[in-house]
Design a protein around this ligand. Sequence first.
Ligand code: HEM
Length: 79
Amino acid sequence: MVDQLPVYTRSQLALRNGQDKPAIWIAYLGVIYDVTESRLWSNGKHYEHWAGQDLTEELMDAPHSEAVFQRFKAVGRLV
Ligand code: HEM
């Protein structure tokens, strides 16, 4: 359950940008996903987008839906 996941602040999320720590996380609709294993997010970069942020609004510009999150683990909630 998403409700039971640990909470993280924006500054904590920002450290998982693919540059400062090995983990690569992105937030969408308040849920943080771990995309470290994705080659499409290597070094924290995905087309013109950077990990370590809430990318909810940016998804509207993507050529895909939120279905891309299905294969990734939710690791936390953004507060
Ligand atoms: C210019 C904007 C973007 C482009 C051109 C783009 C392009 C792509 C492409 C081509 C794929 C793989 C094929 C597919 O699943 O359709 C993909 C996967 C993915 N995208 Fe995007 N995307 C964009 C924005 C975003 C944004 C804003 C997010 C996050 C909110 C995002 C999250 C993901 C994720 C999580 C995957 C799955 C990666 C994987 O399975 O390894 N994308 N994207």
